[in-house]
Design a binder for this molecule. Structure first.
Ligand code: FE2
Ligand code: FE2
Length: 291
């Protein structure tokens, strides 16, 4: 049953509709509209408890972006030439397009299955809306730079790790929403400086004023819900054992990342932005070394 056929669409139904939308511009527009409806109380139910809806293994995508293996990606350069600026913005646009799908996927795949509270849905709806805005603004900027989404090859490493964590919400939160989002925070300041040095202040401004501060909140959502799941499953976190519980959560994070992420995390880390996301060095420093 679709919207307007006797009952309101649930958020999970809307999320699946967005995942099944191939055109990324349409995906972003639809996502923005669904997010606005959810945040204004126009979509009431996160899901129908009696319905097990199929979530696509791979979200619908247009075939006009040529995919290559991550190791075969051409070098992006340092934003010193127009071609390098186009290539960097293109790779950011591609990442944002996956970030949209990842946000709706975590809602659709795990929200009902793990009986997550309403705030979980709201947090990832906000992330999805941000990612859609990032995609749309960066894709528009790419056109101002005389290129377009699909003009360069891209890789799907982000979806490979989504597939590898599709059965386990703790792993999904740790790998996609803590490790990858935080890696974005580590590298963005360098990318911003390169655009400034290359004389492209418009792209630098967009990344610095819009994308960067919002990415901090995405990493924060990953950390928040990772902690929530650990606390819920072990009934940890009472006032009396808060310190020990925190340590246990961090150890759990280390074991999940070591199991699901290949190789050590790559320093240098952006400690300030990570701290702002509630992600102190005890979470990631020990993972910078291979055991
Ligand atoms: Fe983003
Ligand atoms: Fe993000």
């Amino acid at each position: 049953m679709g919207p307007g056929e006797g009952r309101k669409e649930t958020l999970v139904e809307a999320a699946i509709r967005i995942l099944n939308t191939p055109d990324p511009f349409e995906k972003a527009r639809l996502g923005d509209s669904v997010a606005t409806q959810w945040l204004h109380g126009l979509i009431l139910d996160p899901y129908d408890p009696s319905a097990d809806l199929p979530v696509p293994d791979r979200p619908a995508r247009l075939a006009d972006v040529k995919l290559v293996s991550p190791s075969l990606m051409p070098k992006l350069g340092k934003a010193g030439s127009l071609q390098s600026r186009q290539a960097i913005v293109h790779s950011l646009v591609h990442t944002e397009s996956w970030a949209i799908d990842l946000s709706w996927d975590i809602i659709a795949r795990f929200g009902k299955q793990e009986e997550m509270p309403r705030d979980f849905f709201t947090d990832f709806v906000k992330v999805a809306q941000d990612e859609g805005r990032h995609f749309t603004l960066l894709a528009a900027r790419l056109e101002e730079l005389n290129s377009r989404y699909g003009a360069f090859p891209a890789h799907d490493g982000l979806w490979d790790s989504a597939t590898a964590t599709s059965k386990d919400l703790l792993a999904r939160l740790a790998i996609e929403h803590c490790v990858h989002e935080a890696r974005g925070l580590d590298v963005l300041p360098t990318t911003i400086s390169r655009f400034k040095n290359g004389g492209d202040n418009e792209t630098a401004d967009l990344l610095e004023r819009v994308v960067y501060p919002e990415e901090i909140t995405h990493c924060a959502a990953g950390v928040k819900w990772f902690k929530y799941l650990c606390t819920r499953s072990k009934s940890l976190g009472s006032a009396s054992n808060g310190g020990g519980a925190d340590e246990e959560i961090v150890q759990k994070f280390h074991s999940v990342v070591r199991k699901h992420f290949r190789g050590p995390l790559k320093p240098p880390f952006n400690a300030e932005a990570r701290e702002a996301a509630g992600f102190g060095p005890q979470w990631y420093e020990p993972l910078a070394f291979k055991l």
